[in-house]
Design a protein. Structure first.
Length: 317
């Protein structure tokens, strides 16, 4: 079995590559390193079942040889990134998905789209089941990501219905773990890096907004399950354990032992007030549920960032 992972040098893409290699697959990774980091794949060296191609997937994708799966994970995915890269975000969600679907068709391969909880926007239904259509501002700053992913879902279903392509759509909720970038801008990486550097933790708004964070290993397990034995319906994968941003700040301070203060900063436009996945579908169809507690997941992530911050410190000296 041979799969293509687009966005292979990214946080999730690189973990997915590792998992497929561990399961015995041959893997072709693709990335243009706009937000991906080559260091995330360095440990693979010259792994006999891994190949990498530096390529922008919004252009025609050419792959020699057979493929059994195409997993489309290329996209800026942090709010900070898609504010800085609005056009690229729209292009990779729309044109990139089109190219990846076309390739899957040509190879008669299964296609899996990395979609997002952002398709629910600032949700009026809580927790969010897959049947909820969402509350998205199409012309707001987050619209570039949300609408690209909504279009990508529509395109994936069109290829499934019209061409009979075997497809999967995973709606990924907030995920954290090693290989997030220190300057990624997302809340878990920001808080941990700020705590480790002794800088103030930046809570946006009053910190009463909620999120539900899934440890990366749990997420990857769910995605591979969906790819191997799931159905074409969109499937939420995430951890339903919900807490406020303020609670997260307190937990990070406790686990790092940091003396950093907590400061409030303006809430970004259209920042969802609440978010929690309803994971009944993943549970019923895949028998999947997350296992790693927030405490354990944060410990492992803090360990990773301790190294990153120490290396940065050494480089600056
Ligand atoms: N957030 C925060 N401080 C930060 C970064 C983010 O309070 O330094 C908040 C952000 O406003 C949002 C939540 O944390 O309410 C999660 O933000 P993130 O960017 O991680 O992901 P999102 O769920 O918004 O896509």
């Amino acid at each position: 079995m041979r799969v293509l992972v687009t966005g292979a040098a990214g946080f999730l893409g690189s973990h997915l590559v590792d998992k497929f290699l561990a399961l015995g697959y041959d893997v072709l990774g693709m990335d243009n390193h706009i937000t991906g980091n080559p260091a995330n794949l360095e440990h693979l060296g010259s792994h006999p079942r891994f190949r990498f191609a530096n390529q922008d997937v919004t252009r025609y994708i050419e792959v020699e040889g057979p493929l059994d799966g195409v997993l489309h994970f290329a996209s800026p995915a942090s709010p900070v990134d898609y504010l800085e890269l609005p056009i690229q975000t729209l292009k990779v969600g729309a044109l990139g998905t089109h190219k990846a679907l076309g390739l899957a068709m040509a190879k008669q391969a299964r296609f899996l789209l990395a979609s997002t909880s952002e398709v629910y926007g600032d949700p009026l239904v809580h927790p969010q089941p897959e049947s909820y259509w969402g509350n998205v501002n199409p012309v707001g700053p987050r619209g570039v990501y949300d609408e690209a992913k909504r279009f990508a879902e529509a395109l994936t279903m069109a290829y499934h219905r019209f061409h009979g392509l075997d497809t999967r759509i995973v709606r990924i909720f907030n995920t954290y773990g090693p290989r997030m970038r220190p300057n990624d801008g997302r809340v878990v990486s920001n808080f941990i890096v700020q705590a480790l550097r002794g800088e103030p933790l930046t809570v946006y708004g009053d910190g009463s907004q909620t999120r539900s964070f899934c440890y990366v290993d749990d997420l990857i397990e769910g995605i591979v399950g969906l790819f191997e034995r799931g159905t074409p319906e969109p499937t939420n994968i995430g951890n339903p354990h919900e807490f406020t941003v303020r609670q997260l700040a307190d937990r990070v301070l406790k686990l790092t032992g940091s003396k950093s203060s907590v400061v409030e900063r303006p809430l970004p436009i259209d920042d969802p007030q609440v978010r929690q996945p309803d994971i009944a579908r993943a549970h019923e169809t895949l028998g999947w549920e997350p296992k790693v507690t927030l405490e354990d997941g944060l410990r492992r992530t803090i360990e990773y960032f301790r190294d990153v911050v120490a290396r940065e410190g050494a480089a600056a000296r």
